[in-house]
Design a protein around this ligand. Structure first.
Ligand SMILES: Cc1cc2nc3c(=O)[nH]c(=O)nc-3n(C[C@H](O)[C@H](O)[C@H](O)COP(=O)(O)OP(=O)(O)OC[C@H]3O[C@@H](n4cnc5c(N)ncnc54)[C@H](O)[C@@H]3O)c2cc1C
Length: 406
């Protein structure tokens, strides 16, 4: 039975993160956005604080690595806990959520498809970050291959004890600072998905370099980089899962399985930003209007707030269902896409409505610029990890195949 109740540890974690977000992160959020960077010392301190919350429930680690226990008779809480943490941290500042040290989006494919040796080797570097913060990243998108994942052109050719990679990856979150990146390439583009391979490419490998760092509309304090592979020799041991794993469409499945775990967490982040805007607008209304007055204008504002709140709550329920399914090892591709499609739209609407509800005040961009920042930050949540249109295609395909089953 799908459970909605948080356990005691999750409630404690949510409260602790909310407190940290409100008192420590939020006050600095606008200055990072203007600087387009997060002070490394702050990141280090924040990382230390997050470690203090460590236990079974560690949203940063769970988000980055996915569930640790694969025993299907013992459901995990890792995805649910990660969703709760992701919402709270994005409520505080989505750029810091995405900039946290650790494996990041590179974690799920490594955990899902890596051999035990590869997991130990590449996750192992994050165990000690006393002297240096470290990141992992996920490199799938290319110019000309975003939504159409099967169209990637980065090539890999086996040569002795290495694969030689050539191509470009774009819009890679934390790509320039990453110690390693899971790079998707193809042995033969004409094979489509069956030709895909996933490699862990380490920073410093000859032929692997950083191209431009993108200037973005939102999430400006989080790094988004272009990566270049020019005759880059990647050792065979870095082929994710080993060669035997690629007898079918495993390379592509690695990318897709990642999305089933990460899309609900992206949805949770969107809900966090949407909730931030909603709460801001609700406070503004409380301070400036008496909603019980029988004047149509007030009723219209109350109805708008109710619609925003209702849609965010619905998106959270779908998200929690998707993570509950992941924690119970149930196939959740449809629910993962549903949660992301709804959360992205609900949170964008929340940010727009919040600005409109606040009237002229909502357009200010000095002391009150958080509304403006959230408005810029939120749009990409309906684009990365699969656009809204792509989610709706995934959902409709799954719905139709479910119907055929009747
Ligand atoms: C801030 C940021 C961070 C990112 N981080 C990463 C990362 O870490 N790693 C990574 O690999 N990628 C990352 N991305 C890339 C992201 O996943 C892609 O931008 C996204 O998948 C969309 O691809 P695209 O930009 O090429 O758009 P396109 O695929 O070209 O789509 C353009 C438009 O066409 C629509 N469209 C495309 N195909 C169809 C279709 N079949 N039917 C209907 N409509 C369609 C889309 O919905 C969209 O509206 C990031 C992007 C951003 C902006």
């Amino acid at each position: 039975m799908f459970e909605l109740e948080l356990n005691g540890q999750q409630r404690m974690l949510k409260d602790a993160l909310a407190d940290l977000g409100k008192n420590v992160v939020r006050p600095q959020s606008l200055s990072w956005d203007r600087k387009k960077d997060i002070d490394p010392e702050f990141l280090r301190t924040f990382y230390g604080m997050s470690q203090a919350l460590k236990g079974d429930a560690n949203p940063m680690e769970d988000f980055q690595e996915g569930p640790k226990h694969r025993d299907t008779s013992k459901p995990s809480q890792a995805n649910r806990t990660a969703a709760i943490g992701a919402e709270e941290l994005a409520w505080a500042d989505a750029s810091i959520m995405l900039s946290l040290p650790g494996a990041g989006l590179g974690g799920p494919p490594l955990r899902g498809s890596g051999t035990p040796e590869q997991r130990e080797r590449f996750f192992g570097i994050f165990r000690d970050m006393t002297d240096e913060l470290k990141w992992g990243a996920y490199g799938l998108t290319e110019p000309g291959a975003g939504s159409d994942v099967a169209a990637i052109r980065t090539s890999c050719r086996k040569d002795g004890d290495a694969y030689v990679l050539n191509g470009r990856k774009c819009y890679i979150t934390n790509g320039a600072r990453a110690s390693w990146v899971v790079i998707f390439a193809t042995v033969d583009a004409s094979l489509g998905r069956a030709g895909h391979r996933a490699f862990v490419v380490e920073r410093g490998t000859p032929g692997f370099s950083v191209g431009k760092i993108e200037e973005k509309m939102g999430l400006r304090a989080n790094e988004t980089a272009e990566l270049v592979l020019e005759d880059c020799r990647v050792p065979v041991e870095n082929l994710l899962g080993g060669e035997e794993k690629y007898t079918s469409k495993e390379g592509f499945m690695t990318a897709m399985k990642t999305f089933d775990n990460t899309r609900p967490l992206v949805a949770a982040m969107a809900i966090g930003i949407g909730r931030a805007a909603y709460e801001y607008a609700a406070d503004f209304v409380k301070d400036n209007y008496v909603l019980s007055r029988p004047i149509p204008r007030y009723a219209a504002i109350a109805e708008r707030l109710a619609r925003v709140g209702r849609r965010l709550e619905a998106a959270r329920m779908l998200t929690w269902k998707a993570v509950w399914m992941a924690d119970h090892y149930l196939p959740n591709a449809k629910e993962a896409s549903m949660s992301k499609a709804l959360a992205g739209q609900a949170a964008i609407a929340a940010c727009i409505d919040a600005i409109e509800i606040c009237g002229a005040h909502g357009t200010l961009s000095e002391d009150h610029a958080l509304l403006e920042k959230w408005f810029r930050d939120i749009k990409v949540y309906d684009i990365f990890e699969g656009t809204g249109q792509i989610q709706r295609i995934v959902i409709s395909k799954r719905l139709i195949s479910d119907l055929r089953g009747f």
